[in-house]
Structure formats: structure tokens, C-alpha cells
Design a protein around this ligand. Structure first.
Ligand SMILES: [Zn+2]
Length: 454
């Protein structure tokens, strides 16, 4: 077993992962999507990076010993706005968008986490946590709102490395009459009759965004867990606020914080106005295979900004075609390759792991190459059809059938010819035999897997 080391945003150091909360078991929480629209490729980077970490953890600790939670934020003002725009019920929008997310991520080889809690199913836990914070004087209720008292929590700013005064100087803090201090942030807010709301000790209302993750991680993983992940854009204020809420309630919370850096497109920030904004679904619809998207995402280390380029897409496709062709010559095996595992264990160094696979490819070490592609999630459903090496190439079977036929004409025993012909027919191949030779034509129902045992 490789020793996994991860860069902890909290200490800014690479530290050994030592799951001591429950020895031998690892728990991880990842901030998931707010479900009102298709995931763009920037959103997908976080899902793919932490999927790769999840796969590494399962590989090292055994899948039964890893608990991975990724939430759906299904109560949010952006969702409410989308419902007003479209005239559709909120529940329809969130259910549809959550399913889109799962489908799109599955196309990128992202495994479903063990738990996918929806915020609206944990309102009771959020109210309990907020009441606890009020009881500890870390929060206060005013005019239907509940606010977290930032200055009462001394360690505020430690995770993101900011001081409260710096934050006030540079931040877009909202001054409001119900706030004691402009830095205080919302735990609960009142809901007008036409938007979602739940009964609470402070009147009908809905939770602030940050409290969701504190309440759901606590409910599912407990007061302390091993890894908390998310995009670097969530470090402040979202994660800083999660820490404040959970730790002020007396929870030890996450031991290691990990943040993936952002994604650009052709060197520019992705934005709708620049016309370089696209969703995962856009790419899939354009015919870019999910495996290629995953490869491009993982070819940059998660802690570095990544640039999405057409050139990288073309190169990734070429590389994967070659690797799949090689891997098709090996059987599934457990030949773990220590070079790839060590690279992944070293703070999820995916570009180094990919370099190691290139070496295996150059050396034609197909069993190790195949095993390594499996660790990367590239073989979950076998070799994808787009990368089938010459999927309809019949030259090998044509040659075999002609040789058998030539021998049979001599021996007057056609049983082997008939057997091969029968298997080809069952695989959906039309067999034409004439004096001129043998011709094999794969039909629309051609299934190459039926020829694998030949
Ligand atoms: Zn979160």
C-alpha cells in the first residue's frame, strides 16, 4: 500500500493521510453542485479530481472502507430565480438538473459517491445546529434572520489565510440593519410566501448556503472526518464559514482541506460574454468522448490552474486510442503498477501518473498499462466503442476462414469451416464465399465481443 500524502490547505503543507478518526477507514466530503443548470467544464474539474482521489482511496483502503459524500444544493436563490424565469415548479427544476449532473458526470467516469444528500432533506439538522450556535452565543437572531457572529470566532480567516480586517477592507460584505457587524453572515433568512420556506423558531424561512454543508457532513460523517474538498473559488467565504460554524459548535470538522484550482479556456477566463463558455453536455454532444474530457482534466495537477485547449483534446484522443488498442491485447488483471500508484499517492500527481503510463506504453507492457488505465477509471465499461481498435476490421477472420476452406477442400472435411462461419453469423457478420475468395461484411448488429474467444 502506497502512503498517501496530500496538500492540506489548512496548514499549506503536504501531509500524510492518517485516518485516525476510525483507523483504516477514510471519510471525505465534497461540495456538490447547486442544481439549476447544466454543469460547465469548470464545475466538472472538481468532480473529476475528487473522483480520482476517491478511486485512489478505494484502491488503497478497499472500497468498503471509504465513505464519500457529495451534496446537492437544492435550495438557493438562483434556483428560485430560474423557477420565476421559466414558470416551472422548483422541484421539477432541481430533480431534472440533479439527474443531468449525474448523467454528465457518469459520462466522465465519475463514480457516484456513497451519499448524495439533498439540502432540503436536512433542514431539521440545520435548524438544530443553528440553535446550538445561538445557545453558545456564536450566533444571534434578528428580524427573522439568524447571523453568525464572526468576531466571536477567533480562528476566523485561518483556513483562507485572511484577517478579519483585511476581509472587511477588500470584501463585498453586505451591510444590513439586522447585522451587528457587516462581516456577520447568514445562517437562516426569512422566506416570502412565494418562495420555499420551512417553519423554524425564527419564523418561516430557509437556510443560508454555508450551513448546509456543516449540517450534512455532521449528519453523515460525524463531528470529525478526514478530507473536505472543493474548488478554490469556495475557499472564501464558503469553506471559511463552514469551518466557523462547525468548529464554533464544538466539532473538530475536517482534518485535511483540499482545493482544486480553476479552469480557463484557451488561456482566457471562461465566460458567456467571451463565447468560450461551455457545458459538459455541449462537449459530449459535439462528439468529444467523456474519457477524453477526463484525460484532459487530469493531465494538469489539481492544484494548478488548468487551460482547456482544442490541442489538448486532440492529443488526449490520440493517446487514448493508442492506449486502448494496446490494452485490448491484455486481459483484466491485478498487476498494480507501483509507478502509477506512487504518483497518485503523492498528492494526487495525475500528470506524473500519466507520464508513467506513457512509459508503459513505450515499453509495450500491456498488462500493467491495462491495470493503470483501470485505476484512472478509463476501463469501467471496457474499451469504449469510439476507441475500438479497428472495430470492424475483419482481415484476421477473413484470413483464417480462407485458410480453413483451402484445407477443407483438400481434406473434404468442412466442419471447422462451418463452425467458424456459424460463429461469424451469430456475431452479425455476413459471410460471402465464392471462387474468388472469402468476404466478411459486419452488419448493423455486429457484436465483436462474440468473436473474442476465437
Ligand atoms: Zn460546501
Amino acid at each position: 500500500m502506497a502512503d498517501i500524502r496530500l496538500k492540506n490547505s489548512k496548514t499549506r503543507r503536504v501531509e500524510p493521510l492518517e485516518p485516525t478518526v476510525t483507523p483504516g477507514k477514510v471519510s471525505m466530503y465534497l461540495c456538490g453542485p447547486t442544481v439549476y443548470d447544466r454543469a460547465h467544464i469548470g464545475n466538472a474539474r472538481s468532480a473529476v479530481v475528487f473522483d480520482q482521489l476517491y478511486r485512489l482511496l478505494c484502491n488503497e483502503y478497499g472500497a468498503d472502507n471509504v465513505t464519500f459524500v457529495r451534496n446537492f444544493t437544492d435550495v438557493d436563490d438562483k434556483i428560485n430565480a430560474r423557477a420565476v424565469e421559466t414558470g416551472r415548479p422548483i422541484a421539477d427544476i432541481t430533480a431534472e438538473t440533479a439527474q443531468w449532473y449525474l448523467d454528465d458526470m457518469a459520462a466522465l467516469g465519475v463514480l457516484e459517491p456513497n451519499h448524495m444528500p439533498r439540502a432540503t432533506a436536512y433542514i431539521g439538522e440545520m435548524v438544530t445546529l443553528i440553535e446550538d450556535l445561538i445557545a453558545r452565543d456564536m450566533a444571534y437572531a434578528r428580524d427573522g434572520h439568524v447571523l453568525f457572529r464572526v468576531r466571536a470566532y477567533e480562528a476566523y480567516g485561518k483556513l483562507s489565510g485572511r484577517s478579519v480586517d483585511d476581509m472587511i477592507a477588500g470584501a463585498r460584505v453586505e451591510v444590513a440593519p439586522y447585522k451587528e457587524d457587516p462581516m456577520d453572515f447568514v445562517l437562516w433568512k426569512p422566506s416570502a410566501d412565494d418562495i420555499p420556506g420551512w417553519p423554524s423558531p425564527w419564523g418561516r424561512g430557509r437556510p443560508g448556503w454555508h450551513i448546509e454543508c456543516s449540517a450534512m457532513s455532521h449528519a453523515i460523517l460525524g463531528e470529525e472526518f478526514d478530507i473536505h474538498g472543493g474548488g478554490a473559488d469556495l475557499l472564501f467565504p464558503h469553506h471559511e464559514n463552514e469551518v466557523a460554524q462547525s468548529c464554533a459548535a464544538g466539532h473538530a470538522f475536517a482534518r485535511i482541506w483540499m482545493h482544486n484550482e480553476m479552469l480557463q479556456v484557451e488561456g482566457k477566463k471562461m465566460s458567456k460574454s467571451l463565447g468560450n463558455f461551455f457545458t459538459v453536455r455541449d462537449l459530449l454532444d459535439q462528439g468529444v468522448p467523456g474519457e477524453v474530457i477526463r484525460f484532459v482534466m487530469l493531465s494538469t495537477h489539481y492544484s494548478k490552474p488548468m487551460d482547456w485547449t482544442e490541442k489538448k483534446v486532440a492529443e488526449a484522443e490520440k493517446t487514448l486510442r493508442k492506449w486502448y488498442a494496446q490494452a485490448s491485447r491484455a486481459l483484466d488483471n491485478d498487476t498494480a503498477y507501483v509507478g502509477v500508484e506512487n504518483a497518485l499517492a503523492d498528492d494526487l500527481n495525475t500528470p506524473q501518473a500519466i507520464a508513467e503510463i506513457h512509459q508503459l506504453s513505450h515499453a509495450h507492457d500491456v498488462p500493467k498499462l491495462r491495470a493503470s488505465l483501470r485505476i484512472f477509471g478509463f476501463l469501467d465499461n471496457g474499451i469504449p466503442s469510439w476507441a475500438e481498435p479497428d472495430g470492424t476490421d475483419m482481415s484476421e477472420f477473413t484470413r483464417r476462414l480462407s485458410n480453413l476452406r483451402n484445407r477443407a477442400m483438400h481434406d473434404k472435411d468442412f466442419s471447422k469451416v462451418d463452425a467458424l462461419k456459424q460463429t461469424l453469423l451469430e456475431a452479425g457478420v455476413e459471410v460471402r464465399m465464392s471462387k474468388a475468395g472469402v468476404e466478411l461484411l459486419p452488419g448493423p448488429n455486429f457484436d465483436r465481443t462474440k468473436l473474442e474467444d476465437l
